[in-house]
Write a protein that binds this ligand. Structure first.
Ligand code: NAI
Length: 374
């Protein structure tokens, strides 16, 4: 068993709640890393873990990462996460089990706000929402923000403009070559935006039919999934899984910059330094892909798509600040991004958020419920 409270002390977690509900078979861990900037927002992950320790490690790491992501995105939100230990993440879940999870979330009184993550569906969120108001990602008809992917893709483009401005003092996408790995929810939208802006795009997906369809729709080139990382290009955009840039692949890259939506693109921390040494500009993933969480946070003040896009556009400024600090301090951008996020929590943090405070998590607008009545 990993030493949980020792880990919490070291990483600054406020609270970890182990949940078991025998009648429904629910086994879950809720981790609230920080509520210094506001209630902890983060996804519910349904996953099959070989060992319980793996689940605990996952929730501790992921909840901390959410704190830095929200802080870097300028949101008045803290970081949290839930992992639910299931045998088959793809199996349809029993409402009773989701209600038990919802009750556990409800008991935290808003300190943790649930969102969709790996394995979760809108149906899951709708069922959780039957027993607690502290849940996002519900049906748009009920004030939910819907699929975040288009906004995430929009944010990646904003980040890419900051990258191009940094590289060449010119943020135009026209005539640039961009390699997109993964043509799923985010990747396909990204390809559309890039092609629309006049970029020359090359794509790959392990699902070749999907890659072909997206390429045909937007005039992009297609290469095999094993060749995309080595494409000569201005920007490589990982939009598939995490860990794609490791000790081996980092030496093979032929891009000038890396900027994509995938979480945890670098297999380990030092890879950032190696990219820096190789003269490849890395746009930290948790800054570039914040459009999704910015979109969700809009639910709290009454969802408005245009406002979500306007706030997401600011990723460009955040990314420019990251690059400026990295240059000033002579460090890799990932380290600079983390330093900026930590500094914001330090400077603006108001301690532990307590249930009942209606103003601390709404970008300044007073609220009395998670989603205002429409
Ligand atoms: P998705 O599951 O819709 O798309 C991922 C695509 O990558 C799939 O088409 C899959 O076949 C493909 N793929 C998997 N392995 C591959 C490989 N080795 N080479 C090429 N293609 C491969 O996922 P989605 O929603 O588009 O998310 C993409 C990434 O962005 C994920 O890492 C996700 O965590 C991250 N992200 C997504 C957000 C969102 O709004 N959907 C928000 C923030 C991050």
């Amino acid at each position: 068993m990993i030493p949980v409270t020792e880990w919490m002390m070291g990483a600054g977690h406020e609270q970890v709640v182990f949940v078991a509900d025998a009648p429904t078979g629910l086994r879950a861990v809720i981790a609230v890393h920080s509520t210094a900037l506001g209630p902890a927002l983060g996804g519910v992950r349904f996953w099959h873990y070989e060992r319980e320790d793996d689940a605990v490690r996952d929730v501790l790491r992921l909840s901390e990462a959410m704190t830095w992501k929200a802080a870097a995105a300028g949101l008045d939100q803290g970081g949290g996460k839930v992992v639910v230990l299931v045998d088959d993440p793809d199996a349809t879940r029993e409402p009773a089990m989701l209600h038990a999870l919802g009750r556990a979330i409800d008991e935290l009184g808003g300190r943790y706000l649930a969102a969709e993550d790996v394995g979760a569906t809108q149906r899951d969120m709708d069922l959780i929402a039957e027993v607690t108001p502290w849940v996002t990602g519900v049906d748009p008809a009920d004030g939910g923000s819907g699929d975040p992917s288009p906004v995430t893709a929009f944010g990646v483009v904003a980040a890419m403009r900051a990258v191009l401005a940094r590289l060449d003092g010119d943020d135009r996408l026209a005539g640039r070559r961009v390699a997109v790995q993964g043509t799923g929810h985010v990747g396909s939208r990204l390809v559309a935006l890039l092609a629309g802006a006049g970029a020359s795009v090359v794509v790959a997906d392990t699902n070749e039919a999907r890659a072909g369809e997206v390429a045909a729709a937007h005039g992009a080139d297609v290469v095999g999934a094993d060749a995309i990382l080595e494409q000569p290009c201005d920007v490589l955009s990982p939009c598939a899984l995490g860990g794609v840039i490791d000790d081996v692949t980092v030496e093979r890259l032929r891009c000038r910059a890396v900027c994509g939506a995938a979480n945890n693109q670098l297999a380990r921390e030092g890879i950032d330094d190696r990219l820096h040494e190789r003269g490849i500009l890395y746009a930290p993933d948790f800054v570039a892909n914040a459009g999704g969480i910015i979109n969700i946070a809009e639910e709290f003040v009454g969802y408005d798509h245009d406002r979500a896009l306007a706030r997401t556009e600011k990723i460009r400024e955040s990314m420019a600040r990251v690059f400026a600090l990295a240059t000033e301090q002579g460090v890799a951008p990932g380290r600079a991004a983390l330093a900026l996020a930590r500094a914001r929590v330090e400077a603006e943090g108001r301690g532990r958020w307590r249930p009942g405070d209606p103003t601390a998590w709404s970008n300044g607008d007073p609220l009395t419920s998670l989603r205002p009545p429409r």
